[in-house]
Design a protein around this ligand. Structure first.
Ligand code: DGL
Length: 295
């Protein structure tokens, strides 16, 4: 059991857990990458399974949910908050950074940095939920990194999340959706494609087969794990040597979905022993109260 205690920067230490939140179970792909990269760290995961999906919702709603998700983790004494959800990163990262007493990492900056490094001067594609793509955050980052508008192609893929949750990878239904969304990217000859959603790492084979070997796929989960390792090391908050201990994983959800164990295992790569349910009233009470205004 990871000990509790509200975070403020003075109270956290390198022994404090990392906090990760997502709109649901998709963020377990990020948890998996983080745990692989930082195996001796304790990690607390919160999935807002009662209110998923975030990708179809508006900015204010997502920001209000993110505020509660992050507040819950801060109440548990985490040393850093990792926003695994691309939609929440798009809509709430700046707000969370201004409001939280601990460092906050999102998936967009590491994904953009990796894409800028991978591109061979052609067009960079980014795919994600409607919210992520419409926020324009990935596109802004690529522009700041020096790409022109005609070197950026962003496509919303709203059917991918439900199809992954229904385990349709490698099946005709998924291949049709992949073709529907990605044909324009393939026709344009994108050389790098950012998988801008928690669920898309599970689609690497379908997407890779369709796009062909000349398109580099950027997995934002892996990039985020790298960024977290760097941030913790810079802040002197890394916990010991990787060989020293095996970190504990703790799971909190706002609802227990029917297919929780199958979906969870698919994203995490192993079964989840136990998850604690946090009621929505508790979530509302957890909304950031440490600093800053309401979003
Ligand atoms: N976690 C979301 C994201 O990465 C996908 C699922 C949702 O729409 O909530 O954008």
């Amino acid at each position: 059991m990871i000990p509790e205690g509200g975070s403020d920067l003075a109270a956290v230490s390198n022994a404090s857990p990392i906090g990760v939140f997502d709109s649901g179970l998709g963020g377990l792909t990020v948890l998996r990458s983080l745990h692989r990269r930082l195996p001796c760290e304790d990690i607390i995961y919160f999935g807002d399974t009662a209110r998923v999906p975030y990708g179809t919702k508006g900015e204010n709603t997502v920001r209000a949910f993110a505020r509660q998700d992050a507040g819950l983790l801060v109440d548990k004494g985490v040393k850093v908050v990792v926003v695994a959800c691309n939609t929440a990163s798009a809509f709430a990262l700046e707000y969370l950074r201004s409001a939280l007493p601990v460092p906050v990492l999102g998936v967009i900056e590491p994904g953009v940095a990796a894409a800028l490094e991978a591109t061979r001067g052609g067009v960079v594609g980014v795919i994600g939920t409607s919210g992520t793509i419409r926020s324009g955050r990935y596109q802004d980052g690529l522009r700041v990194g020096g790409l022109s508008d005609d070197q950026i192609m962003a496509v919303e893929c709203p059917l991918f999340v439900p199809l992954v949750e229904e385990d349709k990878m490698g099946q005709t239904l998924m291949q049709l959706a992949v073709q529907e969304y990605l044909q324009p990217l393939r026709d344009t000859g994108v050389d790098t494609l950012i998988l801008g959603c928690t669920h898309y790492p599970l689609l690497k084979d379908d997407i890779g087969a369709f796009m062909g070997p000349n398109t580099t796929l950027v997995d934002s989960a892996d990039m985020l794990a790298e960024a977290a390792a760097l941030l913790l090391s810079e802040e002197k908050l890394l916990r010991g040597q990787p060989s020293a201990r095996q970190g504990e994983l703790e799971f909190y959800l706002s609802d227990l979905p029917w297919k929780f164990s199958q979906i969870g295992e698919r994203f995490l790569g192993r079964p989840i022993a136990d998850a604690t349910i946090v009621g929505l009233d508790e979530m509302e009470a957890a909304g950031i109260k440490h600093k800053g205004e309401n979003p």
